[in-house]
Design a protein. Structure first.
Length: 299
């Protein structure tokens, strides 16, 4: 299989043509994986509606499937009968909340957050419902040297409490068990590209361990706004049965809920990731064959 890779922006995102995701051999997967590491988000159009088994088989090419805390702690699989690891994404006229309608990296509150997520949308609204992506490599690289020094070695607390309990109104099955909370480095080293990426998101990151509360809040607000700048983004307009794969280690995403009262529906499977490793400024080097971001901000 020779795939055709068309970048959406110089920073992130590429559309892939010529890929058969159902009958993928090792060489075909290697091509897709290289493009994934290079572009951080891949989009596939003209795909058949994957059966759940086909979706799982493609996801398992990347690694073991990640089981969402909704399922591990919230009792969702027994209630829905859905195979663990498969998340139904569905927003209708009756929905009071839409999954992903805020900038985030999937489940960054987990100790080992998912490395990648694979979403296929089967039903899309007539217009709207795009997904936006922002490069956390570009966001880090565009910071000043002084800010990079300041962030060096800092760790942030990520918590699922606000998103899952308040927003999604989900309780854990055992009330004595809370939603996941964990500390991660603010700048992480990507295990496959070797590049540094900021690793904070508005949905889950709520404090910085080494700073007083007010300083942490001000710094986090700056970092959230910075990561979400249009300069680091691409935007995907869905077609029915298109598939998106994003790298949660170096990309934020935002599912835009601008299509009420229409329905938007599909399936998502995420793949387990490793515990994030901090980038060590002055020690770690970006591999020579890895392109740095070329986004320049006006001073
Ligand atoms: C999500 O996984 O956060 C939802 C993405 C989307 O529906 O576009």
């Amino acid at each position: 299989m020779a795939i055709e890779v068309t970048p959406l922006t110089p920073t992130l995102g590429a559309e892939i043509a010529g890929a058969d995701l159902v009958q993928l051999d090792d060489d075909g997967f290697a091509e897709i994986f290289d493009a994934f590491v290079e572009h951080s988000v891949l989009f596939f159009r003209d795909q058949p509606a994957l059966t759940e088994d086909q979706h799982f088989a493609f996801a398992e090419r990347f690694g073991e499937v990640h089981v969402h805390p909704f399922e591990r702690l919230g009792g969702r699989p027994s209630a829905s009968g859905v195979k663990p690891g498969l998340l139904r994404i569905r927003t209708t006229a009756e929905s009071t909340v839409a999954a992903g309608n805020r900038w985030h990296s999937d489940v960054s509150c987990d100790e080992e957050p998912p490395q990648a997520s694979i979403l296929q949308l089967h039903e899309i609204p007539p217009v709207g419902g795009d997904t936006l992506f922002a490069s956390l490599y570009a966001a880090y690289e565009a910071l000043s040297d002084r800010m990079k020094q300041y962030l060096d070695g800092l760790t942030a607390r990520h918590s699922g409490e606000d998103a899952y309990r308040r927003l999604f109104k989900m309780s854990t099955v055992d009330p004595s068990v809370g939603w996941p909370e964990v500390d991660h480095p603010i700048v992480r080293r990507h295990a496959d590209s070797g590049r540094p990426a900021l690793y904070v998101d508005r949905e889950f990151t709520h404090s910085i361990n080494e700073l007083p509360k007010e300083e942490a809040r001000a710094l986090l607000e700056f970092l959230f706004d910075h990561c979400e700048r249009a300069n680091f983004q691409c935007r995907f307009r869905w077609s029915a049965n298109a598939i998106a794969i994003w790298d949660n280690r170096c990309v934020l995403h935002h599912a835009m809920w601008d299509y009420w009262p229409h329905e938007r529906r599909g399936n998502r499977i995420s793949i387990k990731g490793e515990r994030p490793i901090g980038w060590r400024l002055g020690h770690d080097q970006v591999p020579a064959d890895r392109q740095q971001s070329i986004v320049r901000l006006t001073a």
